[in-house]
Design a binder for this molecule. Sequence first.
Ligand SMILES: Cc1ncc(C[n+]2csc(CCOP(=O)(O)OP(=O)(O)O)c2C)c(N)n1
Ligand code: SF4
Ligand SMILES: [Mg+2]
Length: 351
Amino acid sequence: MSYLAKPKFHHPALPENTLGYTRRDYEGAISTLCAGCGHDSITAAIVEACFELSIAPHRVAKISGIGCSSKTPTYFLGNSHGFNSVHGRMPSVLTGASLANRDLIYLGVSGDGDSASIGLGQFAHALRRGVNMVYIVENNGVYGLTKGQFSATADDGSKSKQGVVNIDKPIDLTALALQLGASYVARSFSGDKAQLVSLIKGAIEHEGAALVDVISPCVAFNNHVGSTKSYDYVREHNIAVNRLDVIVGRTPITVDYEPGKLELVQQHDGSWLRLRKLNAEYSVHDRRAAIDFLLEHEAKSEIVTGLLYVASDKDELHADLNTTDTPLNALSQKELCPGMARLEEINASLG
Ligand SMILES: Cc1ncc(C[n+]2csc(CCOP(=O)(O)OP(=O)(O)O)c2C)c(N)n1
Ligand code: SF4
Ligand SMILES: [Mg+2]
């Protein structure tokens, strides 16, 4: 049995957000993943981000592929829309749903096998098209669900549980997303909840293609000495470039950090990203420098985390295609089929 409903009762004094919901209202079924799996921490971070942003659950569509990671939408946002698609095909299903109904918040949940192996083409095209989505990769370097084979994000030289050394070069999904034109690119670690919640909140508020690559250790198959995706290894090699707070609505911005270490970035929806810079040299607006920075630190076996890039200009698929503001299912018959005269005009304009 893989679906265990959570008991509904809870403490009567649980804090509520501005919609009157408690964190429990953002949860799903009981997780059946291995105890200690990083993916469960990402689930908790998504619950927290949606609670803190006071998102109405019915406004979210969770779409995933296949894998332990892709099972996780069952464990959060139980009152949201959901579609568990086919291995590697989450991005195209999400793109279609988003084009049909732009009113929802699209949360794409995938794994490193799902996105960097079988689904690499889908990953690339959704990001380069600027689909308005939060694309979360729960990255453990292995195919957890099928018992721990190396995935395409496994580092060159890392060891499997049985001692086999990976000889292939890894795909860095953040560097690839930067190169492909994603307008919000971040990396985090499932063991750093404060950083992860903020990065997910920023991605939800962002309009455009937002990638959050989360290193998420697989305790069953990739958490041993020799693995570069284990809890110990990531803790020891994590280099955070910044810390993020997300401020939504018209909250006045007050500077409470040392000048020079704080940067405010306004997003197109009016939200503010307040960045506490841990690396004074790092700029989140320079795509090319971000790629160089990642490669430079990768060569030193360091894992760069934080908000890596956010675009200053709006770049979003609906704007590019000039689509209707109204979801397709809310258009009337007359709007969907404006008649022969209009069709002839369109045909003539294409001649
Ligand atoms: C077309 C197809 N090929 C292969 C599989 C077998 N399969 C299921 S999950 C998976 C890999 C999952 O790895 P990942 O996306 O990294 O998720 P994880 O389990 O590690 O979270 C594979 C190869 C499948 N379900 N469908
Ligand atoms: S096999 Fe790995 S990825 Fe899958 S639930 Fe267990 S720990 Fe998590
Ligand atoms: Mg995986």
